[in-house]
Design a protein around this ligand. Sequence first.
Ligand SMILES: [Zn+2]
Length: 339
Amino acid sequence: MNGPDYAYGDLPAPGTWREIQPGLRWLSMPLPFPPDHINVWLVDDGEAGTAIVDTGLARDDTKAHWLAALGEETVSRVVCTHFHPDHMGLAHWLCERFGVELWTTLGEYYTARAIHAQGSAADIAHKVAFYRANGIGEDGIGAFATPENLYRRGVPDLPAHYRRIHADTPLSLGDDDWRILVGRGHCPEHACLHSPTRRVVIGGDILLPRITPNIGVWPAEPMANPLADYLACLDGFAHLPADTLILPAHGFPYRGVHARIAAIRAHHEERLEILVKAAGERAAGLSAADCFKLLFRREIGPHNVGLATGEALAHLHLLESRGQLVRRNVDGVWRFGRA
Ligand SMILES: [Zn+2]
């Protein structure tokens, strides 16, 4: 399959922006982990000034890049596609600094608030039990037995209030009405911004050109089926004109959304097949932890065991919902075998 048709071949230098179209500019903020940068956007908001779309992590270097890039510009609002730290990390700081409001979906705002508040003894006990029940051994479980709330590292504060954006109502920025296309599975209610007149989608993490977004099951909803949600939400992008320019949160802007959606679907189906085959070869079935070697080339350690468990479970739960695997509890561990 052909790769995406990139419209640009390099990222803007931190603290600078590149014009994509009149009134639409691209910035890139560094991240201290892969994929090493996040793309954020400046959209003309008419007399009100400039709207910021996504923020980068709450770090001093990101703040300095924002100030350098914005200069004397008036900021009109901060729009966040979703609650993840690289997208919402500086929403509080930017909103305070410019005296503006955060605009995001209800699902993302309240998920951010909920995750920011996690860390009670009951939360930790449940988290440990969840990973243990999914096959994480005693050597790996310690990573979850800590009260540290990692979300707060990238998102120390959140705005105390927000303005809701919604799939039913376009978001008017300047002269443009941006439609909200909702992405799911990666997070509950991810806002992708589509301007039919500009033929552009600010796609956040839903339509990345090279990598697939993390789709995971998390302790707060242990029976979730996020991969079904994600694959279903891709239908919402099928109507886009073929020449639509996708502005992704990571990687370069590209055209060819339909081929990209087909490649993402094929990638997940291939992994699902690997798991069905492996489940058939093992009498005991597969726990989430058993899937790591089948799904990931990278080494799974304390820093990524939560992500890996979540992704493995997302695939197992989709297969269960399709009737291809059945769940059994064997000595306190969920194992998925052939139906
Ligand atoms: Zn994300």
